[in-house]
Design a protein around this ligand. Sequence first.
Ligand SMILES: [Zn+2]
Ligand SMILES: [Zn+2]
Length: 205
Amino acid sequence: MAKYLTRGHFSVDKNIAFMYNGKGIKLGDSMKIDISEIISTNHKSVHITTQLEADSLRCGTELYPYALKSPVDITISNEGKSLVHICGGGSVDVLMPCSRCLDDVDVKLDYDFDQKIDFNQVRSGTLDDLDEISFMEDDWLDVDRFVEQELITRLPMKVLCRPDCAGLCPVCGKNLNEGDCGCDRSVPDPRMSAVQDIFNQFKEV
Ligand SMILES: [Zn+2]
Ligand SMILES: [Zn+2]
C-alpha cells in the first residue's frame, strides 16, 4: 500500500477507498480521515476515536520515538458555510535525550487542539497562510501531522534524566551517573573533542 502522497496531488485507489470505515485509514505512515462529506454538509458533526500511526514525533531534523500513544479523540463539525471546526486531544510519551548524559528520558505530553478552517477560503485560494493547514491533503485530514503540529509546541526545550544528572566525562565520554572513570578532566583529550562539544553544548543546563 505504498502510495506516494504529495499536497495537491492526492489519489486513493478504489481498494483503499473501500477499506475506509469512517475511523480513518492508514496511508503510508499516517492515519488519514476523509472529511469531504463534513465539509459539504452543513452542521454535520462526527466524533472519531483513532490512533497515531507514526512511530516517532518529527521535530525539524529530530525524531523522538513514541513510547506510548493514547487514542486520539477528534470531533469534526461543520458550523455552516464550509466552516469546519476540529477539536479534541490525547496524550503521548516521547523519548527525548537527557541534555547532559543523552540517555532516553520519557516525557509525557498531553495535547488538545481546537482549530477552525474555512474551506471556502481554502477552495478559492484566498486563505492567507497555507502552512496553517499543512495537515490537509485535499479533503483528507492527516491525523499524525495534525497532532504533530500540536505536540511540537509542547516539547520541552531540554530535559534531564534526573535533577542531579552528572553528565558525560568530557575526556572519555563515560556516563558519570554510572560512576567515576578516573580521568583527569582538567586536561581534555583532543581525540574526545566530539564528546567535549556535546558536553559544552549542554553543560549550561
Ligand atoms: Zn542524564
Ligand atoms: Zn573519563
